[in-house]
Design a protein around this ligand. Structure first.
Ligand code: MG
Length: 247
């Protein structure tokens, strides 16, 4: 509890905010709601190696949060000094999506349902904020998490121009939720997503569900880092209560 209070007070003084009164949780999808990053990484690898991009699987964890087009533009510029058009990106992304859909079925992140239930019972509205345009996952959300994400509270690749790490997706999330930055929290797993959340001035919780060191999430600016989703779910009540009571 004391540790939470110190972290929250740091946020308040940094952002010159009187308090945090969380009404909405802006929640990333891949690596937060779904244990999907391994499949994304494999699909990217299978798509890009034949195109001559000498990439490693590990580096894709660091690009997580960018839109597909942004990842492709970045990599083609870096490797070939080539500026991809949106049409070229869409063509390559379709190949990635084909590989992605051929891989083993993705399961919901263990603990995510409990995390969402704790938020809802604390009167916090879940808002989806993902850079993903992956239809196969977006279409499953309402089945795996019934009645959690209302259509008007979803931000996807189709809503954003810039994508993470720009603050844009989380600013759109705030706007859709109708709340100010200090009336929300961000829940992320990726360094670029954390950069996006903190750039939108929102208290950003990172849940480390992948292979990157926790320090990478702190370095990106995370206000808190939890070691797993079940661990975060265990601490949601305590965190919300501390957020509401810290001045
Ligand atoms: Mg993610």
């Amino acid at each position: 509890m004391l540790e939470y209070t110190v972290t929250i007070k740091n946020y308040l003084s940094k952002h010159n905010a009187p308090c945090i009164t969380p009404k909405a949780a802006l929640i990333d999808m891949d690596g937060v709601l779904y244990d999907s990053m391994k499949n994304h990484v494999e699909a990217w690898y299978r798509t890009l190696i034949p195109l001559g991009i000498k990439c490693t699987k590990e580096e894709f964890y660091l690009y997580e949060g960018r839109t597909g087009a942004s990842t492709l533009k970045y990599l083609f510029d870096k490797h070939f000094n080539q500026k991809l058009s949106d049409e070229e990106c869409a063509e390559i992304y379709a190949v990635k999506e084909k590989h992605f859909n051929a891989l083993a079925t993705i399961t919901p992140m263990p603990g995510a349902d409990r995390m969402l239930q704790r938020l809802i019972e604390n009167n916090i509205r879940p808002v989806l904020v993902t850079g993903s345009g992956q239809g196969s996952l977006l279409d499953r959300l309402d089945t795996d998490y019934p009645d959690v994400f209302k259509p008007e509270y979803k931000v996807t690749a189709y809503d954003v121009k810039e994508g993470k790490p720009s603050p844009e997706p989380y600013l759109i999330g705030l706007s859709k939720a109708g709340v100010k930055a200090n009336e929300a929290i961000v829940i992320e797993n990726a360094p670029l997503g954390v950069v996006s959340g903190t750039a939108a001035q929102v208290f950003t919780v990172a849940v480390n569900t992948g292979p990157i060191p926790a320090q990478a999430l702190f370095d990106a600016g995370a206000d808190m880092v939890f070691p797993s989703m079940p661990d975060f779910a265990d601490h949601v009540d305590e965190l919300i209560e501390t957020l509401r009571n810290t001045r």
